[in-house]
Design a protein around this ligand. Structure first.
Ligand code: GLA
Length: 391
């Protein structure tokens, strides 16, 4: 984390006329593999990254929230008793207040200042980082010692129940529960989490295509519906059990039967989800054995599946992966997050990471006439309370 807490505290005091009493941080995340599987009850392999959202707060003696966003240079005010969706950034804050109240939590009014180094709209879960940071701070303010998994659940409820994005649980779990130097294999049906250490020799490079998606823009929700339609068709054809809640009831062994009973679009969507679940375990196994080339092959296969079967790639993310995979030191590249733009993730050899980063940035700049932003990230710890520096 590179936030300067002392400086943020001073800014807080200038703005609100008193020092902050509470602080919390939550990281963004990058998903290594397991894309569009979380809402299908499948497997994912994200890691929290060393880019944080930090929230500072001071309790008020009324139910009012005054919120300042440093990056957006914007202010908002709302009342805990009369939450109202605005369609803007403050809905993520209101959403957490909503979710805590829904589970019976008493939420005091607060003055809040938000600072974030998680790039917005790039597919690195800036919204989950904000929700989890707020949930961590509000739990602290209410003296409610919520475990990380519960804070993730509240953050997820904020997004799905208040902001109105029907996302899966991956982002909030990764932000709340991340481990230093490791990815998390999450089974999105049982919510069982196992820690998958990243080999020392590996580094993660993220490149931002600069193409902005908006999850709420409909394509994401459409993919979810397409998966539900495909499941219903598989059930009617007797390939999936009648009581199945998600595509997790199927495996790649069912693909021949599915090919006989589904229409072409449904088959493509299901084929991505089922093969992606297998790729998550393939990458976990390869990482455990330190076999980075094998992990890279699975990442590349994942990208091809997202491009051809799930149809969420755009020319810019395809180009970044193509350039990445032709770059020395890169084991494998894929888009990460929901898609329709956003970032790519590249698994690279640590000792060649700097050169690979420059080569990919230069290769993209030659094609598109602009240099993309790129970051070498470390897998980081999940959200936590912070101790404020003495003034
Ligand atoms: C977004 C959602 C996640 C997940 C990914 C796709 O990041 O918030 O829940 O569905 O897209 O894997």
């Amino acid at each position: 984390m590179s936030h300067d807490l002392l400086r943020l505290s001073c800014e807080f005091e200038e703005r609100f006329g008193r020092p902050p009493e509470l602080a919390a941080r939550a990281p963004g995340r990058v998903n290594l593999i397991g894309e569009h599987t979380d809402y299908n009850g499948g497997l994912v392999l994200p890691c929290a990254i060393d880019r944080d959202t930090v929230v500072l707060g001071a309790r008020r003696d009324d139910a009012r929230f005054r919120v300042h966003s440093r990056e957006l240079r914007a202010d908002a005010v709302f009342d805990a008793g009369t939450l109202c969706r605005t369609g803007g950034w403050v809905d993520y804050v209101q959403g957490v207040v909503f979710a805590l109240a829904e589970r019976g939590g008493r939420v005091p009014g607060l003055d809040l200042a938000i600072a974030s180094e998680v790039p917005e709209g790039a597919g690195l879960s800036s919204s989950a980082a904000l929700e989890v940071a707020i949930a961590t701070l509000l739990a602290h303010a209410a003296e409610d010692d919520l475990p990380p998994r519960e804070r993730a659940r509240i953050a997820h409820r904020a997004e799905s129940g208040f902001v109105g994005v029907a996302c899966g649980v991956m982002d909030q779990l990764a932000s709340a529960m991340g481990r230093e130097g490791a990815a998390l294999r999450i089974d999105c049906t049982s919510l069982a989490i196992s820690v998958v250490p990243l080999p020392e020799a590996a580094a993660l490079l993220i490149v931002d295509s600069g193409v902005r998606h908006r999850l709420s823009d409909g394509e994401y929700n459409r993919r979810r519906r397409e998966c539900e339609v495909a499941l219903a068709a598989a059930q009617s054809a007797g390939v999936a059990p009648a009581g199945a809640a998600t595509l997790r009831a199927l495996t790649t062994a069912d693909l021949p039967a599915l090919a006989r009973s589904l229409d072409a679009l449904s088959l493509r969507r299901v084929r991505h989800v089922l093969t992606e679940n297998d790729r998550v375990d393939e990458v976990c196994d390869a990482l455990a054995k330190g076999d980075l080339p094998r992990a890279g092959v699975a990442l590349r296969a994942g990208m091809e599946s997202l491009r051809r079967d799930f149809e969420v790639a755009v020319p810019e993310t395809e180009a970044l992966c193509e350039i990445g995979d032709a770059t020395p030191g890169v084991f494998g590249s894929r888009m990460t997050g929901a898609g329709f733009g956003g970032c790519t993730v590249h698994l690279v050899a640590r000792d060649m990471a700097g050169g690979a980063q420059s080569a990919i940035v230069a290769g993209f700049a030659r094609r598109y006439g602009r240099a993309p932003r790129a970051w070498l990230v470390r897998a980081a710890r999940g959200a936590e309370r912070l101790t404020l520096p003495a003034a």
